[in-house]
Design a protein. Structure first.
Length: 131
């Protein structure tokens, strides 16, 4: 399943990111990461038709993502990659919350139970790591 592979790659990314932030500022990582991503993406986007509404939504998406990455950067620097990744993995709670508030998407009972378990796991790890 692609979601599982994505999660595995994200786990590798966290370890690489931990190494990066010990050597460079957030903006150095952001600049070079963005430039490399643009160069890799260029051959693919040249074939796509893009409208202005899509560009506006992508701009909002990138601003939100920039804020998320900056918070992640600060968290990894302060509490370490293990604790930061535990809290960051609670994002499904916020997907459900914002989905319910803004799009009237009600999560299933199993999702709610799983989200509670994720939150509880994050709280336990934070408590025992002193974060």
């Amino acid at each position: 399943h692609f979601a599982l592979i994505g999660a595995m790659l994200y786990g590798i990314y966290y370890l690489i990111y931990d190494w990066e932030i010990k050597r460079a500022s957030f903006f150095v990582i952001l600049f070079w990461g963005s430039l490399i991503t643009m160069l890799i993406s260029l051959p693919f986007i040249l074939r796509e038709k893009i409208d202005t509404e899509l560009i506006k939504v992508i701009a909002i998406d990138r601003i939100v993502l920039l804020g998320a990455f900056y918070c992640l950067y600060l968290s990894v620097k302060k509490v370490g990659v293990g604790t930061a990744s535990t809290f960051e993995s609670m994002y499904p709670l916020f997907v459900a919350l914002f989905g319910a508030i803004y799009f009237k998407i009600i999560p299933s009972t199993s999702f709610i139970v799983g989200a509670i378990l994720i939150f509880a796991g994050g709280a336990i790890i934070s408590y025992f790591n002193g974060s």
